[in-house]
Design a protein around this ligand. Structure first.
Ligand code: NDP
Length: 272
């Protein structure tokens, strides 16, 4: 039977993951399929079990199931344990389920691809949800001077800063406590999905700073539209999506796909 992989989400129709993994598979000549699977909001574990019973070897997991996926794993990577979120599931030889999170690796690789320096820099991360929990460990491993996490619900950012404090200099709080300038500002909130902008102060960007929105689409997000006129260099989350997918693919197949051509293909598919 051909090995099956998929991405679970709700909604999932617009996912670009089948396109990305289809390209990776043909590029590396892997005999596998990769589909998008809609799971019921209250029924993730059942959907996963049915998938495995029908030849599923692994899956990506997106909103709103990253915590559900975390809960059903038998074994977790260190970074998934700390993030308390899983975006990659792997069925082991003995049927045990292994969980990892590749979002953070995806972000850091995308920043490296665009030559965005992190070492010694001041980095602001907006949001304290699943995506931000997944990026903090790889981000701190790049030795920034300081990471500030700011969130609408300030408590959550404070708790995150405490949970990651042993890995580097990290502070957490509400948007009102944010004081620029920063060299890199990463929007990891889902505000862009509803066309909203977190309430951010003026003078946020240092000279030559980067503004990064983890969301991507067929036009710049509200956050990037706001940051551009202030002189920031702009990046969206499309490269992160491709790079986190490449890391998941590597975990499943032990083959590292080439990502540059897939970035180009995806950008063309978005017409932006
Ligand atoms: P979660 O639902 O876990 O977290 C959402 C976060 O956004 C919370 O911190 C929430 O604050 C904040 N938020 C929501 N609405 C607003 C608003 N109107 N103003 C300010 N803050 C707001 O989502 P995820 O962490 O899973 O995803 C966040 C974003 O990252 C999404 O846009 C997602 O598409 C993107 N993403 C991109 C990836 C990629 O590969 N490019 C990978 C993973 C995620 P509060 O705590 O106060 O509710």
């Amino acid at each position: 039977m051909t090995d099956r992989y998929c991405v679970f989400g709700n909604p999932i129709k617009h996912s670009k993951s089948p396109l990305i993994h289809g390209e990776f598979a043909s590029q590396t000549q892997q005999a596998m399929t990769y589909t998008a699977e809609l799971a019921p909001v209250e029924g993730f574990a059942d959907a996963w079990r049915a998938f495995v019973a029908h030849g599923g070897r692994g899956a990506n997991v997106t909103v709103p199931f990253k915590s559900d996926a975390f809960a059903l794993c038998d074994t977790l990577s260190q970074r998934a344990k700390r993030a308390q979120a899983v975006n990659t599931l792997i069925v082991g030889g003995n049927g045990r389920i292994y969980g990892d999170t590749t979002d953070g690796v995806g972000l850091v690789r995308d920043l490296a691809y665009h030559r965005v320096a992190l070492a010694g820099k001041r980095v602001l991360v907006l949001g304290a949800g699943g995506a931000v929990r997944g990026i903090l460990e790889p981000l701190l491993a790049e030795n920034p001077r300081e990471v500030v996490v700011a969130n609408r619900t300030a408590d959550k950012a404070e708790q995150l800063a405490e949970a990651f404090a042993d890995l580097g200099s990290i502070q957490g709080g509400g948007f009102v406590s944010v004081e620029g300038p920063f060299d890199v500002v990463i929007n990891g909130t889902s505000a862009s999905l509803s066309g909203e902008l977190p309430p951010l102060p003026e003078a946020l960007f240092a000279e030559g700073a980067w503004a990064y929105d983890m969301m991507y689409g067929s036009e710049p997000t509200v956050f990037l539209q706001w940051a551009g006129p202030q002189g920031a260099k702009l990046l969206d989350g499309l490269g992160m999506l491709v790079e986190q997918a490449a890391e998941s693919f590597f975990l499943w197949r032990n083959v590292r796909p080439e990502t540059a051509s897939v970035r180009t293909l995806l950008r063309q598919s978005l017409n932006y």
